[in-house]
Design a protein around this ligand. Structure first.
Ligand code: UD1
Ligand code: UDP
Length: 371
């Protein structure tokens, strides 16, 4: 793991592996791609993840710098420690870097959340997905489009497994632990606010684009309060572009640090609508049946649109306002939950891997563990 959305994906997989202590010896490696307390340690705590066994502390950099800074020590680690399988999740630079290293050392690779495609190579994640999937031996997909995309790219049918969504496993585990303290803290009433996140380079790395989106947020906040836990990339850009004055001082827009996972789930669950460019949040909104407007021109997660929760609306001012008003006035009534987003994806993945490695026998019964 390396970046925030990886942590929600690995947590249920570690829990599922713990059921087979005789068969699997997991080693948790954190590259350090994300390192702020709120982006990493806080999320680890919320997910009850153990301390990583290995921490590479790579930090930020250009794509090549960050990827290379992961590859060098990871290669050293693998050369010194016999390893049967590398399991990578998602589409961040840490995912790509570890897959490339393992591949050249002929170590088997499992990719969880394989096959998602935005068909937009301007997105750094799309490159990470394409390369990781080409190199992976076992491809675990979250939705039917993943399988189709992989088959279209010539990946062998018997390497693809439709096992469901580990992000939703974590969400289901979190639901019992979520309370409304963050709403109280910020004087938010359930159903009476809009939750916003933005961090895609295409939206936040250009001052005109970012200030244009903010103009729409300011205007929509006249209708419902906006709460916006701000990603550090976005926060830094606002400062660098001199946009502090545009952003601050709107009484209806509450900007906070990134919040912990349980607090963010609380904000999502009680929001009237969600505006985001995040991948994972599109999926979470679907499961929680909270309508979502995605401020992008494509999604690699079409199941979130098919289930009736998500609209891909781009970033034009009129589109943001008209869609937000429409959803507030006419919330969709029939959002469905995609197939196999049921809290058991990680178990399916671990069972599949045990079958592949022919490790399961009648003597190896799973041990019960508390998640
Ligand atoms: C990364 C992923 C993206 C994912 C996102 C989740 C890549 C290419 N991008 O984007 O797919 O959706 O994480 O949040 O892997 N920063 C901090 N503190 C931190 C982390 C980052 O201040 O703890 C700042 C730094 O200025 C850094 C910038 O944010 O340069 C971007 O961080 P980086 O990890 O490169 O990309 P993200 O935008 O976070
Ligand atoms: N999230 C969080 N705190 C926040 C914003 C998001 O814990 O302030 C969680 C969110 O619930 C989801 C994940 O972070 O589980 C999504 O990560 P992110 O949007 O950073 O990345 P992406 O999914 O776009 O790759």
């Amino acid at each position: 793991v390396g970046a925030r959305p990886n942590f929600m994906k690995i947590a249920p997989l570690l829990t599922a592996q713990q059921r087979y202590p005789e068969l699997i010896e997991p080693v948790l490696l954190h590259t350090g791609q994300h390192y702020d307390y709120q982006m990493s340690q806080k999320i680890f705590g919320d997910l009850q993840l153990p301390e990583p066994d290995i921490f590479l502390n790579v930090g930020s950099g250009t794509h090549a710098q960050q990827t290379a800074k992961i590859m060098v020590p990871f290669e050293e680690h693998l050369m010194e420690n016999e390893t049967d399988l590398i399991l990578v999740v998602g589409d961040v630079n840490s995912t790509l870097a570890c897959a490339v290293v393992a591949s050249k050392l002929h170590i088997k690779i499992a990719h969880v959340e394989a096959g998602l495609r935005s068909f937009d190579r301007e997105m750094p994640e799309e490159i990470n997905r394409l390369v990781t999937d080409q190199l992976s031996d076992y491809l675990f997909v979250t939705e039917p489009s993943g399988r189709e995309n992989l088959l279209n790219e010539g990946r062998p049918e018997d390497s693809i497994f439709f096992t469901g969504n580990v992000m939703i496993d974590s969400l289901i585990n979190a639901m019992d632990k979520v309370d409304r303290s963050i709403l109280k803290q910020h004087d938010l009433t359930p159903g009476e606010y809009i939750a916003v996140t933005l961090h895609r380079p295409s939206n936040v790395d250009n001052p005109d684009v970012l200030s244009g989106i903010f103009k729409a947020l300011i205007d929509i906040s006249e209708r419902k309060k906006v709460v916006f836990p701000m990603h550090p990339r976005t926060r830094k850009n606002i400062e660098n572009f001199g946009l502090n004055e545009v952003v601050a001082g709107n009484k209806n827009i509450l900007i906070t640090e990134p919040v912990g996972y349980l607090d963010f789930v609380a904000l999502e669950r009680d929001a009237a609508i969600i505006l985001t460019d995040s991948g994972g949040i599109q999926e979470e909104s679907c499961f929680m049946k909270v309508p979502c407007l995605t401020l992008r021109y494509n999604t690699e997660r079409p199941a979130t649109v098919d289930c009736g929760a998500n609209r891909i609306i781009g970033i034009e001012y009129e589109k943001i306002i008209s869609n937000a008003v429409d959803l507030l006035d006419n919330p969709p009534q029939n959002i469905s939950i995609p197939e196999k987003w049921d809290g058991h994806a990680a178990e399916r993945i671990v069972e599949t891997l045990l079958d592949i490695f022919a490790l399961k026998s009648k003597n190896n019964k799973p041990t019960t563990v508390k998640s």
